[in-house]
Design a protein around this ligand. Structure first.
Ligand code: NAD
Length: 423
């Protein structure tokens, strides 16, 4: 087996970015060449093409993916994304990041991800349900509470998780709540799951301020993306004392240097389905939001937002990556040279999968916990992982991202080594 790793072109392909991040960590860890070959590839990539009957009676074909990067430490875990720009390479990257994320917070899962190339805004509610159920049926050969457990991601909701749970359960002939997380409470969802990712972002932001000797009350923030992660993060960061001055969604950004009234922005968003047009705030583009003169930037939308093209113009001195893969590796190096502290996605947004793990455990035991206990356990896990990441980063004089990768990759490598290569 050869471990030779060809230098990758500096392009914004998330999968190449994910592999480059892994390669850097493997180099620092002086990882065994055979292990490198195993861990830098995905284990299974599954493409499905399936028909959906539209309300008009026409049949439209869709393409979707479920990718399992690694299963060494436990069942595969990862969300399902509905977006017109979904690609196999994107899903592969997201699956690999899930492996490192689960290892970093030390929950017994491997990494997976799924996606369907679709703009759900173009479908009716009934069409969306039929698409979801058919996709769930197509990937049912992979998913299951012991093998691969999906969850929400971009444009997928608790209701969509309920359809997936119901489809898998109907095919089996009995209810299998633990097959999916992020479900409604009525069918075995967990207290605290809808806000878990944003809560984890907030815990990590507070820990980072403590480490850097910064006062949250004197820290201005811009949040890109106002969905499950960005909307909750903006609210909880405000509650924690940060001054959130700018937020955005796919339609544009709003900015008030004196600080936005996030409760009012949330109401505006509920009414209008966008933050754009919020009265009294300056209207900006998403690109402009990233370059605002704020102290902390929280990208909470999609990949490749901070690239070699804009990294030199980012004014925030701290970036907390709530989204997966918002910073390309080239941008990362530019930011590092400029002294910008980047708290990596695999830690910053790990609150979601951590409470998904709690949901799965509760479903398997049919024994449910209270929200206070869930939030307490979540905070403990996030703080522990934060400290371990900082420890490795300080020890090796590397970025927080590399510190996080050193912890995570070493855990997966150690598990692979003790299990051995089958047969
Ligand atoms: P979501 O669909 O709830 O929200 C996405 C938000 O991003 C929306 O406000 C949308 O308008 C906005 N957006 C889309 N395209 C944009 C663009 N080009 N510019 C600016 N904003 C844009 O999705 P989410 O669950 O909040 O996921 C956001 C990110 O967080 C993704 O990277 C996802 O992988 C990651 N993440 C989500 C979870 C979770 O629990 N949902 C957990 C970990 C990581």
């Amino acid at each position: 087996m050869s471990a030779a790793v060809a230098p990758q072109p500096a392009i914004d392909n998330p999968w190449l970015n994910a592999q480059r991040q892994f390669d850097e960590a493997a180099e620092l860890l002086e990882l065994d060449p055979a292990l490198r070959c195993v861990l830098r590839e995905v284990r299974r990539e599954f493409t499905v093409r399936f028909p959906v009957k539209l309300d008009s009676g026409h049949v439209q074909m869709f393409e979707g993916y479920r990718v399992q990067h690694n299963l060494t430490r436990g069942p595969a875990k990862g969300g399902i994304r509905f977006h017109p720009q979904v690609s196999l390479d994107e899903v592969k990257a997201l699956a690999m990041w899930m492996t490192w994320k689960c290892a970093l917070v030390d929950i017994p899962y491997g990494g997976a991800k799924g996606g369907v190339i679709v703009d759900p805004a173009q479908l009716t509610h009934r069409e969306l349900e039929r698409l979801t159920r058919r996709f769930a049926s197509e990937i049912s050969v992979l998913v299951g509470p012991d093998s691969d457990i999906p969850a929400p991601d971009v444009n997928t909701t608790a209701e969509i998780m309920a359809w997936i749970m119901d489809t898998i359960s109907m095919e089996a002939g009995y209810s299998i709540p633990a097959v999916v997380t992020g479900k409604p409470l009525e069918i075995g969802g967990s207290e605290g799951r809808p806000s878990a990712t944003g809560r984890g972002v907030t815990v990590v932001a507070l820990e980072t301020c403590r480490r850097l000797g910064r006062d949250p009350a004197a820290t201005t923030v811009a949040v890109q993306g106002f969905g499950n992660v960005g909307g909750v993060a903006a609210r909880l960061l405000t509650e924690a004392g940060f001054r959130v001055c700018a937020v955005s969604d796919a339609s544009g950004a709003i900015y008030d240097p004196g600080g936005l009234d996030i409760a009012a922005v949330l109401e505006h968003h509920t009414r209008n389905r966008t933050v754009a047009g919020f009265p009294g705030a300056e209207q900006l583009t998403n690109a402009a939001l990233l370059e605002l003169p704020v102290d902390m930037l929280v990208p909470a939308a999609l990949e490749n937002q901070i690239t070699a093209g804009n990294a030199a113009r980012i004014k925030a001195s701290l970036i907390v990556e709530a989204a997966n893969g918002p910073t390309t590796t080239d941008a990362d190096h530019i930011l590092e040279k400029r002294g910008v502290v980047v708290v990596p996605d695999i830690l910053a947004n790990a609150g979601g999968v951590t409470v998904s793990y709690f949901e799965w455990v509760q479903d398997l035991q049919s024994f449910f916990w209270e929200e206070a206990e869930i939030n307490q356990r979540l905070e403990r896990i996030m703080r522990r992982a934060f400290a371990q990441m900082c420890g490795r980063s300080d020890e090796h004089h590397v970025s927080l991202r590399m510190g996080a990768y050193l912890v995570a990759v070493q855990r997966v490598a150690a598990a692979t080594t003790v299990r051995g290569i089958y047969p």
